[in-house]
Design a binder for this molecule. Structure first.
Ligand code: ATP
Length: 349
């Protein structure tokens, strides 16, 4: 069993807080993704769990052991990094076998375990090659096999796909998801890519400036972002966020008026809605503005307009025809609208 628990964990350097009072219980077998922009503290959090970075304050538990003072090698976890960290003068076979040697696993187990791990990542045809003779995707699979061969209780993965091209990233991502399904090991995965987070995670932790902004399933953070930071970080395109004024259930702003919102709040607010939750209107629309740009996506078309100073994206059918400058009218169902406090950014509705 490898539940991982972080209790009031902080990391401070002389005059900088990298991670600020991080609290989280990660369930056994869970796939947890730490997501956030560069510098938000996700790698530092992961390195503290791995034992590569001291904890300034708080406790880290793996299973029923407090591991704050344990060496990385004694924590029963395997790590996979963005730079594959392979030994260039060893073959693929020797690279995968290496952790077994270091940990003095009985010799007679080595061959079967190396073969099983390399099969899992479809590397069994490349075992005699050296890393220089492999593609980036193959190298990352060697790194995965080397992590798997140890049969650890948990995997820690730090941006393992970021050196791969777009196509390989998608296929290796699928492979990681499938491996998790097969191996059923607790996995903590760091990324700044919200699509990786959405596709891989059981739960996502969204971080900013060392602080947890929200913890939830991918759909929870997509459908009910806790604040404007999460709303603007999740989704492609991000949620439309429009500043305006709320009075008696009516939101108004430049080029926009939405009636029938169920809130008692009056005053300045930010209205949020997703591109796919808007529909083209007839004679009158809640939004009425000239098109700023039209982008063909293949399966749909994205149009954008300037509303209350913000660029707003609307997803329309792929055969929708419109030109830059055409005035369009758009409606948003009140139930698809989110309201955020304008000063704190926190969700109101
Ligand atoms: P990235 O995606 O760029 O790797 P990250 O979210 O993983 O970013 P961290 O590497 O965890 O971010 O860094 C968090 C913050 O802590 C950053 O602002 C970084 O500059 C700072 N930091 C990291 N190491 C040190 C250090 N040794 N001394 C001082 N500040 C540090």
């Amino acid at each position: 069993m490898a539940q991982i628990r972080l209790k009031n964990v902080s990391k401070r350097w002389t005059n900088f807080v990298g991670v600020d009072n991080f609290n989280l219980d990660i369930a056994d077998q869970e796939f947890l993704v730490l997501l956030g922009p560069s510098g938000c503290g996700k790698t530092t959090t992961m390195r503290m769990i791995a034992g590569l970075e001291d904890v300034t304050e708080g406790e880290i538990w793996i299973g029923d052991r407090l591991v704050n003072k344990l060496e990385p090698k004694d924590r029963d976890i395997s790590m996979v990094f963005q730079s594959y960290g392979l030994y260039p003068n060893m073959t693929v076979y020797e690279n995968i076998r290496f952790p077994l040697k270091v940990r003095k696993v009985p010799q007679e187990q080595h061959h079967d375990r190396v073969m099983a791990a390399s099969k899992m990542v479809e590397l069994d045809d490349f075992l005699q090659r050296r890393p220089a003779a492999l593609s980036g995707g193959q190298r990352q699979r060697v790194a995965l096999a080397r992590a798997i061969v140890r049969e650890p209780n948990a995997f820690l993965m730090d941006e393992p796909l970021s050196n791969l091209d777009a196509k390989l990233r998608v296929s290796t991502r699928a492979q990681i998801k499938n491996l998790h399904h097969t191996l059923k090991r607790t996995t903590i995965y760091v990324t700044h890519d919200q699509i990786e987070a959405m596709t891989l995670a059981d739960r996502v932790v969204v971080m900013s400036k060392g602080l947890i902004q929200q913890v939830g399933t991918p759909m929870e953070i997509y459908d009910r972002p806790a604040n404007t930071f999460v709303a603007s970080f999740i989704g492609s395109p991000a949620m439309n966020l429009i500043p305006g004024h709320m009075q008696d259930g009516v939101f108004t702003g430049d080029h926009i008026r939405v009636d029938g919102l169920s809130t008692q709040v009056n005053g300045p607010v930010t209205l949020g809605f997703r591109a796919e939750d808007a529909v083209m209107a007839g004679e009158t629309g809640q939004i009425e503005a000239p098109i700023y740009t039209v982008e063909l996506l293949g399966e749909a078309t994205m149009i954008s307009m300037r509303v209350a100073g913000e660029l707003v994206s609307i997803k329309v059918a792929k055969d929708y025809r419109a030109e830059i400058g055409d005035v369009v009218r758009v409606n948003i169902a009140p139930a698809a609208c989110h309201l955020f406090d304008q000063s704190t950014g926190q969700r109101i509705v």
